[in-house]
Ligand binder design. Structure first.
Ligand code: ATP
Ligand code: MG
Length: 416
């Protein structure tokens, strides 16, 4: 893409009311636009990142055998009344409205109830199970606090997945596979070494845990207890004498760490399917309730966490796996010969499948460098007056700051 065709501009300053590093950088670089506190629009550069995160997640979900669907944002009150989750006392983040007729509706903050209700029409016998479905959806939540930038929003993109199984064993098999798949996602984003499967309270099963995926991050809103050997992580709810005793550990084995919850996996058991009347007929003809699991990943929160963790004083620093472009090509002269060479590099790299943002604008070198640092594309390639003779390009790694001189062929092998 030619940068002259990118409508977004970079900014020197973030909005005065924005205090979170992730949102400040993402706004200044033109990835997101702040509509109001906790509400952001995703601009072309940001959308490229979000799409790449989604693609990584989709790949893992497909391997699990999950089918993608998309549920409506408007939700029926009756379903949530059946499970006692409609009232604001039970769920304090509902956005609600009413139809012209007066009928109340809710805006989807989660989808267990409508998806489970949907299954009633598709699941009848044990032969229909298990079923796994997922979606990428904008969730709406009336969050009280919205001070963490794009990490806590009132509208945000979530990947949510639901599993329907005949038995607890069948459920646990999928649950464990999902845990591995989630870690694969976080590894692909460069967060593998600092993301921990963290035991949390189990909800329906008081004797068992659910699991959160917590990424160590000073801007995170959660506190977790991480064992000094790095093998065990517990959230605040379950860090107590009873848990420690069961694990044969003591308080001193753990350190308190700041973290951001990037995903979680949860066992619902059969209660919700009983409440919503979702049963199947087993091999022996017996009617049994379906076993539900629920699994979330915060897609836009992840973009924020990556910005927060890798971003430096000059701007964003994207891992290649989710960078909006693989390379940023800067032409530093208006000499027609230099422009011609830069055009050629752009065409060659693009034809070889390398995603390039080409800064072809008539701006001073200093401005181009500052924008390039702010946008954070992994590899910067410079074409200037000197390049004409040497045909060696100055290449800079955004993350390490290392520079080197490379021929076009060498550059191609590096970028492919
Ligand atoms: P939190 O404790 O951070 O509020 P949650 O327990 O409410 O999270 P879920 O309802 O399970 O989270 O949502 C699944 C995932 O969606 C979370 O793990 C998180 O990554 C993301 N998420 C939740 N709330 C928000 C939000 N307000 N803004 C952005 N992402 C969110
Ligand atoms: Mg929440």
């Amino acid at each position: 893409m030619r940068q002259s065709a990118l409508f977004t501009k970079t900014r020197k300053e973030a909005p005065a009311d924005e205090t979170a590093k992730n949102a400040m950088l993402l706004i200044r670089a033109g990835f997101i636009h702040k509509e109001m506190a906790g509400v952001y629009s995703i601009l072309p550069l940001g959308l490229r990142v979000v799409k790449k995160i989604k693609d990584i997640i989709s790949g893992e979900m497909e391997k699990l055998g999950s089918s993608e669907l998309i549920m409506s944002t408007l939700q029926a009150k009756e379903l949530w009344e059946k499970t006692d989750r409609w009232s604001d006392e039970k769920v304090d983040i509902w956005f609600k409205s009413a139809l012209k007729s007066g009928t109340e509706v809710g805006f989807g903050w989660s989808h267990e109830e409508p998806i489970t209700n949907l299954m009633k029409y598709h699941v009848g016998s044990y032969a229909d199970l298990p079923v796994f479905v997922h979606q990428f959806q904008n969730k709406l939540r009336n969050e009280t606090r919205a001070k963490s930038g794009i990490m806590r929003c009132r509208e945000f993109v979530m990947k949510d997945m639901y599993s329907y199984a005949t038995t607890e064993e069948e459920h646990m098999d999928f649950y464990n596979k999902t845990s591995t798949a989630y870690m694969n996602v976080f590894k692909a984003l460069g967060l593998g070494d600092i993301t921990y499967v963290t035991s949390a309270s189990g909800g329906v099963f008081t004797d068992k845990f659910s699991h959160e995926f917590q990424t160590l991050c000073d801007a995170g809103e959660d506190n977790i207890y991480l064992s000094k050997d790095g093998t065990t992580a517990l959230n605040e709810e379950v860090f107590n004498d009873e848990t420690l005793e069961k694990m044969g550990k003591s308080k001193e084995d753990f350190e308190l760490k700041k973290a951001a919850e990037v995903g979680n996996i949860f066992t619902f058991g059969t209660k919700k399917c009983e409440e919503l009347d979702v049963y199947f007929t087993d091999k022996d003809g017996q009617k049994k309730p379906v076993f539900l699991g629920s699994y979330g990943i915060g897609v836009t929160r992840l973009m924020g966490v990556v910005a927060e963790i890798f971003g430096d004083e000059n701007g964003l620093v994207w891992p290649a796996s989710i960078a909006p472009f693989r390379a940023h090509l800067l032409v530093l002269s208006e000499d027609p010969l230099v422009k011609e060479l830069a055009d050629e590099v752009y065409t060659t790299l693009s034809a070889e499948g390398v995603d390039v943002l080409y800064d072809d604008r008539n701006l001073r070198a200093g401005e181009k460098f500052a924008d390039s640092d702010l946008i954070g594309i992994p590899t910067r390639i410079i074409v200037g007056n000197k390049t004409i003779e040497s045909k060696m390009f100055e290449v800079k790694d955004r993350a390490t700051g290392e520079t080197s001189q490379m021929s076009l062929e060498h550059l191609l092998t590096e970028l492919q």
